[in-house]
Design a protein around this ligand. Sequence first.
Ligand SMILES: Cc1cc2nc3c(=O)[nH]c(=O)nc-3n(C[C@H](O)[C@H](O)[C@H](O)COP(=O)(O)O)c2cc1C
Length: 205
Amino acid sequence: MTQYTRNSQMGDGDLLPDPIAQLAVWLDDAKDAGMLEPTAMALGTSVEGQPSVRIVLFKGFVEGDLTFYTNYEGRKGRELAANPRAAATFWWDRLERQVRIEGAVEKLPEALSREYFYRRPRESQLGALTSHQSEVVASREELDRRWEENAQRLAGSEVPFPSFWGGYRLVPASLEFWQGRRGRLHDRLRYTRVKNEWRVDRLEP
Ligand SMILES: Cc1cc2nc3c(=O)[nH]c(=O)nc-3n(C[C@H](O)[C@H](O)[C@H](O)COP(=O)(O)O)c2cc1C
């Protein structure tokens, strides 16, 4: 049984009063810890009582909201259109830390999505344009052929911005910081937005 002993303290006053600032600190710690994908988060969506979850990359804060980018017409896009609420979880094993976030989800303005799209490598732009995310595809060859067609057709010109692709912001209503501790008596501090203040509660492990 793994004992969590690396960061053995998370007292009531040890976290910042602003959970977004605290999350930024933990993200920096995760980047410094040399993890392969420190910004990877599990993103849960739900329609008609059936949750679904997948990993996406956190791509920074916009006015304190968490952003990520994806295809708007894939499964998560369709689920978010039907129920614009989500839950996200980071797990940083090297730090024995977890953060859980819940809240409403909104599409980012197209200008922001465009700006991010054109900051990505051309290969990724072509990938986003080519993929009908979450649809069944006949074979790998079929996918590669469509990518190759797009690459040739657009050689020497800008990849057109796909209207079905872009970012979302997750507006946190609650965030929970979890630090592994000895003997399974882990620390859990949950921030809940009450009007424009953050209320903090310690939860039993
Ligand atoms: C480490 C990692 C990072 C990923 N990042 C993204 C991402 O930022 N955006 C995205 O759409 N899919 C990302 N994916 C793929 C998703 O997990 C998922 O397969 C895809 O978005 C389709 O999900 P959906 O069918 O629920 O829409 C990532 C997967 C992994 C393992």
